[in-house]
Ligand binder design. Structure first.
Ligand code: A3P
Length: 300
């Protein structure tokens, strides 16, 4: 189905309406129960599939650009001619599922699904998952802004109230904590790789080298340069195939803000009060205790 047919089918009532699938909220405008069932139970994962998995707002389109550029040996032509949502479709959306099915191997597929809703056939395959995480305070701030421009989402309202919903997991794709704990349960599997947004920020070149190693696709220095240059925030902001300027207005209202908003680590410090940040820390400690992992944002 094209985006055009989704547009025609969408009645005003569907805008901003959520449905629940196995306890997780999804916006009705671009997801369906049937589609999610198909992804979970019928989607045929191939051994050469590469999955770009994140909790939303953690660096999905950044990793998608990096993976696309690695795929094309640092040559930006593919990234400059094909929209990112076609290069690495979000396979849980109605439109993305069709695209993921019809794309040629080796496929690049993006997903925000929690692990328990992921394609079952993945777990019997040799397909690779790259999981990108980000400081959840920055995820929250990014989501707060995104929810104001992404039409399928409900208006987030006051920051304080939205923060409560986020910490309770009462947002699309559910709880950040559950998502991270669920996916990180795979961290000892050889076809699973994880990295943080903060590491990408700190050392993009070194991160790309690690990603290449995981993919079994070493790049020469010139190709590596091409990946690093074209995956920078500035380069991506200028590329209409990944800056979402081509996204239809019925999905994204770009009159106020843009998808590639600030692209920095630590913006939460400008947006959360001390009390909000402390409350966040308290819940973070509770939720993450016992998980033998440390992240860049855990350091004081
Ligand atoms: P901000 O809203 O904090 O700016 P996702 O792709 O998972 O939806 O995440 C979007 C976030 O990643 C946005 O964060 C966006 O600006 C940031 N981002 C995307 N590309 C980036 C890049 N090349 N460098 C840094 N941040 C990037």
């Amino acid at each position: 189905k094209s985006q055009e047919s989704v547009k025609v089918k969408a009645s005003p009532r569907m805008f901003k309406e959520y449905f629940q699938y196995k306890g997780i909220s999804f916006p009705r405008l671009i997801y369906s129960e049937q589609g999610l069932r198909e992804v979970e139970n019928e989607f045929q994962v191939r051994d050469d599939d590469v999955f770009n998995v994140t909790y939303q707002k953690s660096g999905t389109v950044w990793m998608l650009e990096i993976l696309s550029l690695i795929h094309s040996n640092g040559d930006p032509s593919w990234c400059r001619t094909v929209p990112n949502w076609d290069r690495g479709p979000w396979y849980e959306t109605v439109v993305g599922l069709q695209k993921a099915r019809s794309n040629q191997a080796p496929r690049l597929i993006s997903s925000h699904l929690p692990v328990q809703l992921f394609a079952k056939s993945f777990f019997q395959s040799k397909a690779k998952v790259l999981y990108t995480l980000r400081n959840p305070k920055d995820v929250f701030v990014s989501l707060y802004h995104f929810a104001q421009i992404f039409r399928p989402y409900k208006e987030p309202g006051q920051l304080d109230q939205f923060l409560e919903q986020f910490l309770e997991g009462d947002v699309p794709f559910g709880s950040w904590f559950d998502h991270v704990k669920g996916w990180m349960g795979l961290r000892d599997h050889e076809n699973f790789f994880w990295i943080t947004y903060e590491e990408l920020q700190q050392d993009l070149r070194g991160s790309v080298e690690r990603i290449c190693q995981f993919l079994g696709k070493p790049l020469e220095a010139r190709a590596l340069d091409g990946v690093v240059e074209n995956a920078s925030f500035q380069a991506m902001k200028q590329n209409k195939m990944c800056n979402f300027s081509l996204a239809p207005g019925f999905l994204l209202d770009q009159t106020q803000s843009s998808f590639l908003r600030k692209g920095i680590a630590g913006d939460w410090k400008n947006q959360l009060t001390k009390a909000q940040s402390e409350n966040f820390d308290r819940i973070y400690q509770e939720q993450m205790q016992g998980l033998d992992l440390s992240f860049p944002w855990d350091e004081p």
